[in-house]
Design a protein around this ligand. Structure first.
Ligand SMILES: Nc1ncnc2c1ncn2[C@@H]1O[C@H](COP(=O)(O)OP(=O)(O)OP(=O)(O)O)[C@@H](O)[C@H]1O
Ligand SMILES: [Mg+2]
Length: 252
């Protein structure tokens, strides 16, 4: 049962889009999946069919697993997800860290349940990132082929390595998103990733496809909106690759 922390190396690389599509594909494959939004912008829910105006809230802070569970939603494809800040405490009253800390605290209990895959849409900075890494089996860094993203990966790698060594995790994996193979610059950066990180990189970059943006406009993600998109098929190959990296039992 993998707990996968997906971490966008910088804003806009598509971490939430990839997380939502991965959750959807796993659910379509009949897996139990729970995606948890640890990002204060609370956008994951919008990729999984929850209406903008819906607000699963309580001012009470859940303290037990059964209370916690009540805040979980189900996407049209059957992926369970937990929006960020279900307590709906105004941003002025609470820090982004605090809003997610209780989720991490209760995660070990959740892992004992029957959910097979837990995906954490994780921000790159802050104590919540450390906490996510402390419970995750595997960290996936989502990035793209811009030079600035590549530099960010190089800068962040030592800290990620240190965090995973403390937790005895696998080395982080890299998924390159939004790839436009027609761009010579992107192709060069792409080669740099593979030269530097080798088989830590998902072998097939996820291409750029305008339907990813369209899908969100429909309140969906690419896997439910455009099953035939190459983005969907690349993300569909992720679970097997993750399992191969982690050497999980075949039935997970
Ligand atoms: N493969 C792709 N092809 C085309 N557009 C994409 C792709 N992946 C993501 N996008 C677009 O990139 C933008 C950012 O995506 P997303 O919100 O998923 O990124 P993020 O890393 O979660 O950002 P944030 O840092 O704000 O949380 C969106 O407009 C989305 O539609
Ligand atoms: Mg995001």
């Amino acid at each position: 049962m993998p707990i996968v922390s997906l971490i966008g190396i910088k804003e806009g690389v598509g971490n939430t889009s990839v997380s939502a599509a991965l959750a959807t594909i796993l659910a379509q494959q009949g897996k139990n999946v729970l995606a948890i939004d640890l990002c204060p912008d609370n956008a994951l829910r919008l990729h999984l069919g929850m209406p903008w105006e819906a607000s699963p809230t309580s001012r009470a802070c859940p303290t037990t697993y059964s209370e916690w569970r009540k805040f979980t939603w189900r996407s049209p494809d059957g992926a369970f997800f937990l929006p960020n800040n279900v307590r709906n405490v105004p941003a002025s009253d609470i820090t982004a860290q605090e809003s997610a800390e209780w989720v991490i605290k209760d995660l070990p209990q959740l892992v004992q349940s029957s959910d097979n895959w837990i995906l954490l849409d994780t921000p790159i900075f802050g104590s919540i990132t450390q906490q996510a890494l402390s419970v995750a089996d595997i960290a996936i860094i989502v990035t793209n082929n811009t030079p600035s993203s590549y530099i960010r990966v190089l800068e962040a790698w030592p800290a990620l390595e240190a965090a995973r060594q403390c937790q005895k995790m696998q080395p982080p994996l890299l998924v390159i998103n939004q790839f436009d193979p027609r761009s010579l610059l992107e192709s060069d950066v792409h080669e740099l990733y593979y030269a530097r990180f080798g088989d830590r990189c998902f072998p097939r970059a996820i291409p750029y496809d305008t339907r990813v943006g369209e899908s969100l406009a429909k309140g969906l993600n690419i896997a439910s909106y455009a099953p035939s998109s190459p983005v969907t098929s690349r993300i569909g190959a992720l679970p097997l690759w993750i399992k191969a990296q982690k050497q999980l039992p075949k039935n997970s």
